[in-house]
Unconditional design. Structure first.
Ligand code: ADP
Length: 400
């Protein structure tokens, strides 16, 4: 059975068509970009490794979706003969506010609630809605689902999610920690437990999703009890271009000195800081590692800061849960950077973490244990797959 997974942004549509079953497979994937601009484009790849690219006018999301469906059914580079073969569509949705604790079938009521959350994710939720409307336009009878980045974290206790602000601001604007990357944190924790033969309901797990965006989550007995991203995805560990945790006073000082407007300050903390801004080299961890190897002092300091900040979160989440049984590393950096894994996970013996430097260097994107066999706390690298989770949730919701 084929499930189409969509991640709609304001000017782009990322898609994957997955054949679901015992061993799900990606049949095709691609991206439509520059929607609404003068000339849009589509890049598509199928499971026969054929690539197709085209430039054409894509004035809106409906035209973008039609382009995706045309690519999927095309005689040359397509993977299905007719649109009837798409049995369901799953949408990634950035923000479900306090409404959604799990994935849902899209109904008018769900749409209204996603709309209600637009204030909380002004760049993302309106774009997801455009994708849902467009899909309904083009394939009106195919069931659609919404899978939220935030829903897994709705289990956090108020002591984790509240900010020390006047309570009225929570009541009025719902300002609180929401957390993101929930799909990934849940998926890698469950996958690691499956591999280890553990019941997640008995375990305390810290999941580190380290990609361009990065967040760390404390999962106690299957529930997210704290996570590093907050009201927005800016809070938490240092990221490719986002600051992560920062003294609010420093931001106000910078805004005053540099005469930044609110939107300039927003762009500054999201796009001009993090490893890229600090190193003045790159946001890409591979570039930083290469430069550090050559002895570039700024690159070395950037890596040190990055690892230090991740380490601090691991320590604090072990404190929050009164211990930890498993630490999972995922995301582009967590899965691939043996350098960062080593920097973060060595010298944690106080927690019962015995890092295995040899196992650490021998893997690439595979699911593996990188702690010593007698380590009280297990460490694993697990490949995340957010599209697969969206497709699995969609199958569960639509077909039971
Ligand atoms: P996104 O948040 O955009 O999905 P990813 O999860 O793909 O990001 O992670 C991107 C990051 O992973 C980049 O910083 C990249 O440098 C890093 N990365 C990918 N491969 C490697 C590698 N082999 N070694 C170190 N870092 C890597």
């Amino acid at each position: 059975m084929n499930v189409l997974v969509l991640n709609c942004g304001s000017s782009s549509i990322k898609y994957q068509l997955l054949e679901m079953g015992e061993n799900p497979e990606v049949r095709a994937k691609g991206i439509v970009e520059r929607i609404g601009l003068k000339m849009g484009c589509l890049a598509h790849k199928n499971d026969r490794n054929q690539k197709y690219e085209t430039e054409t006018e894509v004035p809106n999301h409906t035209v973008g979706i039609k382009l995706v469906l045309e690519a999927l059914t095309n005689k040359e580079h397509g993977v299905i003969e007719s649109l009837d073969e798409i049995k369901a569509v799953g949408h990634r949705v950035a923000h479900g506010g306090e409404f959604f604790t799990q994935s849902v079938l899209i109904t008018d009521e769900v749409i209204a609630k996603i709309k209600d959350c637009c204030d909380l994710a002004p760049l993302h939720n309106p774009a997801h809605l455009l994708g849902m409307y467009a899909m309904k336009d083009v394939l009106p009878t195919v069931p659609q689902t919404a899978v939220f980045d935030t829903s897994f974290h709705q289990s956090m206790p108020a002591s984790s999610y509240m900010y020390p602000l006047p309570y009225s601001l929570y009541e009025q604007y719902k300002i609180r920690r929401y957390g993101f990357h929930g799909t990934s944190h849940k998926f890698v924790a469950e996958k690691a437990c499956k591999i280890l033969g553990w019941d997640i309901k008995d375990k305390k797990i810290i999941t580190c999703h380290l990609g361009n965006g990065a967040s760390i989550t404390a999962i106690k007995y299957g529930d997210s009890v704290d996570t590093s991203m907050g009201f927005t995805p800016v809070e938490g560990v240092m990221m490719g271009t986002r600051t992560g945790d920062l003294d609010l006073g420093a931001l106000l000082f910078i805004m005053e000195k540099e005469k930044l407007s609110i939107s300039q300050a927003n762009s500054f903390i999201n796009k001009e800081c993090g490893t890229n801004g600090f190193s003045e080299i790159s946001s890409d961890m591979r570039d930083l590692q290469d430069e550090a190897k050559k002895g570039n002092e700024r690159a070395i300091l950037t890596l040190d800061m990055y690892a230090h900040r991740v380490k601090k979160y691991i320590g604090s989440y072990a404190a929050v849960m009164n211990g930890v049984d498993l630490i999972v590393m995922t995301g582009g950096i967590g899965e691939n950077s043996d350098v960062i894994r080593k920097m973060v996970l060595t010298d944690m013996n106080y927690l019962g973490v015995e890092f295995d430097a040899v196992k650490n260097t021998d893997l690439r994107g595979t699911d593996a244990t990188i702690s010593k066999s007698d380590s009280k706390v297990k460490i694993m690298t697990i490949t995340t797959d957010e599209e697969l989770v969206i497709a699995m949730d969609t199958v569960k919701l639509v077909f039971g």
